[in-house]
Design a protein around this ligand. Sequence first.
Ligand code: ZN
Length: 287
Amino acid sequence: MFIFPKKSILLLTFFISIWGAEAQHINYSLIPKKDTINIYQEMLNDHSDDLMENHPADDIYNNMWTTDHVNPYKIPIDKMPDSIRIDCSHFVVPVPGPITSEFGPRRYRFHYGTDLRLKVGDSVRSAFSGKIRIIDYEARGYGHYIVIRHDNGLETVYGHLSEVLVTMNQNVKAGQLIAWGGNTGHSTGPHLHFEMRYIGNAINPSHIIDFNTGLVHSKNYLLTKKSSFYYQHEVKAVAAVKYYVVRKHDVLGKVAARNGTSVKALCKLNGIKMKTKLKPGQRLRIR
Ligand SMILES: [Zn+2]
């Protein structure tokens, strides 16, 4: 449904009242002209949409709207709602896929999204209706990316784009073309990195979407602290793992001493032998 912005309603009311005044032959000289002109000018000059219009799901986000950081909210999982129903009935799959990499732990970091195959220049669409919160570029991460806040309370992230086709604070509809897919940032081939978050905390998109059909599993997704954030121990496990990048002239004994471990432990962790020669740039797992 199209909702008139409050500003347009105010302007409309303003003009109707002038028209009404003319129609009723009200002596216009009684109205302080300067003030009305000032009010009208103020309305026209007011670009602070933040004050006039609400952002999607403002109640859930406590009126917080920032244009940087994918997760500026920093809500710990134990402070998340125990259970909440999210309306996913108007979902449109951003790209047809298929999945090339799932949400979950990776060797060096946790992967907070689902990777979907595409060709550079393929259409990327908004998953739900909402408003563009972030358009940014991260050379070592998302590349060109977009974050959208949706009316249903979810936020979605679209990464590695070749070209963004929307503007900041723009309202978008479910299925609206928002970008051309690409291979920018930390990416080893064209794909869409797609995240779904609720107050900053990532949800496995495959819990909500069946990427084989491009449809949602259910019109309502029941977010629960236990089932939606099941992966917390995996995040901790990935974070606990530490690597060391071998430098020139490094030997196992030196690496072990420098990192407070033993050669034996290093060999076991990395599946290597005591006599194995280290190569500069090689990653050794320390913990
Ligand atoms: Zn990814």
